[in-house]
Design a protein around this ligand. Structure first.
Ligand SMILES: C[S@@+](CC[C@H](N)C(=O)[O-])C[C@H]1O[C@@H](n2cnc3c(N)ncnc32)[C@H](O)[C@@H]1O
Length: 291
């Protein structure tokens, strides 16, 4: 019998709801912010040398929270320079949140934003059809590579758009995270049509075979998933959807699979029990690829 489980991405509203709850319950953006403070300045130290305009491309930029942090670091390194920031983002809802964020920000002088309401692949196809190869000084793909069909081809395409001093930053869940443990064991039972259960540990193999040079960083992070263990808790169900990338996992997963996943989520490979709370290992891996 065909599985009744569907990919979370098939319902964009629920996907966004669960992603926003995930951000609330985790230190995801705080831990990225720390990376932007501590490591990013060295990464971008030479991307704009000798330029009056710096071109930045955000792939899957969401509502722009991390994008604006990146732009502030580039501006701090290159004061007075003009920045063109293009965003590829298939969710119209996320783009409108991004625009609101930009409208409210006070430190975006000399920064021009262009939003492309399309997927990474649609952008690539459109550029090819228009015979355009615009180059970029900094490209980032933060927590989005799960949603492309062909990860190596996507990395190769965007890498080919780097200027000679440019950098490509990818952030994914880490190979040392609870995500890796859960997905390695159960990913093949979850819907596989719209999401690939990939982690930063999978990238070196792909980058090595493409002959690309890169550096890896580990970012510690965690998420409180205690509510997932309260039967019928709406937030718990939303988080469980995000963890399994499955729409209504609690209601549509076969009981045995649900039982095994819940057991796994409590185990040390996924979580730590602290003060009665279940704290999931949300570690991230950042990969900086050279031109
Ligand atoms: C987990 S969110 C990350 C958002 C943001 N980068 C952040 O870290 O806060 C994934 C984002 O990728 C976008 N996305 C999904 N499929 C995509 C695709 N094929 N190409 C580009 N972006 C995609 C989603 O709409 C969503 O905004």
């Amino acid at each position: 019998m065909a599985s009744p489980m569907r990919s979370l991405l098939a319902d964009p509203d629920r996907y966004l709801q669960s992603f926003r709850l995930f951000l609330e319950r985790s230190t995801e953006h705080q831990s990225m912010q720390e990376f932007m403070e501590r490591q990013l300045p060295a990464v971008i130290a030479s991307v704009g040398n000798g330029k009056s305009t710096i071109n930045v491309l955000s792939v899957g930029g969401g509502s722009g929270e991390m994008d604006l942090q990146i732009l502030s670091k580039i501006r701090a390194r290159y004061p007075g320079v003009t920045i063109n920031n293009d965003v590829i983002e298939p969710s119209a809802d996320q783009i409108s949140k991004y625009k609101e964020r930009v409208a409210q920000a006070s430190n975006l002088e000399n920064t021009k934003f262009t939003w492309h309401n399309e997927t990474a692949y649609e952008y690539e196809s459109r550029m090819n059809a228009e015979k355009k190869t615009k180059k970029w000084d900094f490209i980032h793909m933060i927590q989005m590579l799960y949603y492309v069909q062909d990860i190596p081809a996507t990395i190769r395409y965007f890498h080919s758009l780097l200027e000679s001093q440019g950098k490509l930053l990818i952030i994914l869940v880490s190979g040392k995270s609870g995500w890796e443990t859960l997905w390695k064991k159960y990913g093949s039972f979850f819907p596989l049509d719209l999401c690939t259960f990939v982690s930063s540990a999978d990238l070196p193999r792909m980058l090595d075979s493409a002959g690309l040079k890169y550096q890896l960083y580990e970012l510690p992070s965690h998420m409180d998933i205690t509510s997932c263990f309260i039967e019928g808790d709406k937030d718990g169900e939303l988080l469980l959807d995000f963890l399994t990338e499955t729409l209504d996992f609690a209601k549509t997963a076969p009981p045995e699979l649900k039982h095994q996943v819940m057991e796994e989520l409590r185990k040390p490979g996924c979580s730590e029990i602290k003060d009665g709370k279940v704290i999931f290992r949300n570690n991230l891996g950042a990969i900086v690829i050279e031109p």
